[in-house]
Write a protein that binds this ligand. Structure first.
Ligand SMILES: [Zn+2]
Length: 464
């Protein structure tokens, strides 16, 4: 059996995956900040981590997957400036912070279900792990990695030798220059572990701490919660590629400084969704939610299918034209599956050879585009017995997540009035009153059905 290889951002290489504990995997994915709807660019990242988890499970690993929920501490700028996104949304919507986070978390879960993403083993919320975060900051303080400024407790990045190991950035370009950029920080790359509440305004979400009333920084939550549920040293951490230079670099710095151990073995990052060649944004367009996509007449699974067609480390150019193309190709796929389901073709059993081909692709750093090609080839392989083929397709769908089991001919329910119209049309046809019969065809259409004449009489179908 081919061994699973994953591209590790830390080494910029594909590496054979070796778990810390035989047969088990601890995996943490940076979750959403629940202050607004997640757009399809964010959701692409969760489709990627879902594929990773499914591929691990297909390979027989038992996966403990954690996705955190950021409901406090993520500021409007990643560099510890600006308002807390949740507090700002609460002001905008004139609601309590808790109402905001509860609402958008609910929407996020619904989005994942629509995209057929497996739900995680745990979804820890930052606001429910304040104790763990304070504990971690205390540890860092004790070891001398922190200092205090007017607005918070900061991590001294110069004390962590391998700070740039993952980002592989040139430190010179980022050295603290103008005072205005650094603020009270000693170095530009230092970051807040704990922020004090502003003197002039009480926050909705704030807690007492040994340093003063305030709230945790954004990065510390992921270190505190991942280590709580997966241990100080665990297997896989995922996120979007934008997390590499700041968020994940800081997670490594603070976690490894606190424990003195290696934090994570494999770091995997999903590439952006683009619109007109740029990261999707308000200005480049394409900033849709899944509900919006559905309202435009696309099944959410079509978006998942579109994502499967591009490797997770390659940027995916999104446009409604691309989505249309994916919709058509997915419809063909679905039609073929239904055809095979109805076939009673006795061919050979090619389960083993196709399983091997499929495994080679998914185990090559989740090459889903090529794995899909194997699946399409298999659909058209007339040597392969149709019953066994369907069984194997359903097995492959444990990775693809395209709801293949649900791809069945729909039994349509035809209303009585439509049946009556069809009968009247039939009697007109028998009298060769073609023009009148055509009028009945029109009336049937108006009710949302089509009628065609076959050798065995007429057939009524749903209009698409
Ligand atoms: Zn994170």
């Amino acid at each position: 059996m081919s061994k699973l290889k994953l591209y590790n951002t830390l080494t910029r290489k594909k590496e054979t995956f070796e778990p810390i504990v035989q047969g088990k995997v601890g995996m943490y994915s940076c979750g959403p900040t629940v202050y607004w709807y997640q757009h399809i660019g964010n959701l692409r990242t969760y489709i990627f981590s879902d594929l990773l988890r499914r591929v691990l499970e297909f390979n027989g690993f038992k996966v403990k997957h954690v996705i955190n929920v950021t409901d406090v501490g993520h500021l409007t700028s990643d560099s510890d400036e600006g308002e807390d996104k949740v507090e700002e949304a609460a002001k905008r919507e004139k609601k309590k912070a808790k109402e905001i986070t509860k609402f958008y978390f609910h929407i996020f879960k619904e989005d994942l279900k629509k995209l057929n993403i497996e739900l995680p083993w745990k979804w820890p919320k930052a606001s429910e792990h304040i104790k763990e975060q304070i504990g971690l900051v205390k540890k860092l303080e004790k070891k001398g990695f922190t200092y205090r400024t007017r607005d918070g407790i900061y991590f001294d990045s110069s004390r962590f030798k391998n700070y740039w190991k993952m980002a592989k950035l040139d430190l010179k370009g980022l050295k603290a220059g103008k005072r205005v950029e650094v603020g009270d920080k000693k170095h530009k790359t230092d970051f807040a572990l704990w922020k004090f509440s502003l003197e002039d305004g009480k926050r909705q979400q704030e807690w007492k701490s040994p340093w003063g009333v305030g709230f945790p920084g954004w990065h510390i939550e992921c270190s505190a919660m991942s280590m709580k549920y997966l241990g100080k040293h665990f297997d896989i951490h995922t996120g979007g590629e934008d997390h590499i230079p700041v968020h994940h670099t800081n997670e490594i710095a603070q976690s490894e400084s606190a424990t003195g151990k290696r934090f994570v073995n494999y770091w995997l990052h999903g590439a952006f969704l683009l619109s007109k060649g740029e990261k999707i944004s308000k200005s480049s367009g394409g900033l849709y939610t899944i509900s919006e996509i559905e309202k435009m007449g696309y099944d959410a699974v079509v978006f998942r299918y579109l994502c499967l067609l591009t490797h997770y480390r390659k940027p995916l150019n999104f446009s409604l034209d691309n989505l249309d193309a994916a919709k058509n190709s997915f419809q063909n796929f679905r039609r073929k599956v239904i055809e095979i389901r109805n076939e009673k073709h006795k061919g050979n059993d090619l389960t083993e050879s196709y399983t091997n081909l499929f495994l080679i692709e998914i185990n090559d750093d989740l090459n889903l585009p090529r794995a899909l090609r194997v699946v399409l080839k298999m659909l058209d392989d007339f040597d392969f017995s149709s019953g066994k083929k369907i069984k194997l397709l359903e097995k492959f769908d444990e990775v693809l997540g395209l709801k293949i089991k649900e791809m069945k001919e729909e039994k349509i329910i035809i209303p009585k009035e439509v049946l009556e119209l069809a009968e009247e049309r039939e009697s007109l046809r028998r009298q060769k009153l073609w023009a009148k019969a055509d009028l009945f065809r029109e009336r049937i259409r108006e009710k949302g059905f089509s009628i065609e004449d076959t050798n065995d009489g007429y057939k009524i179908s749903n209009l698409d």
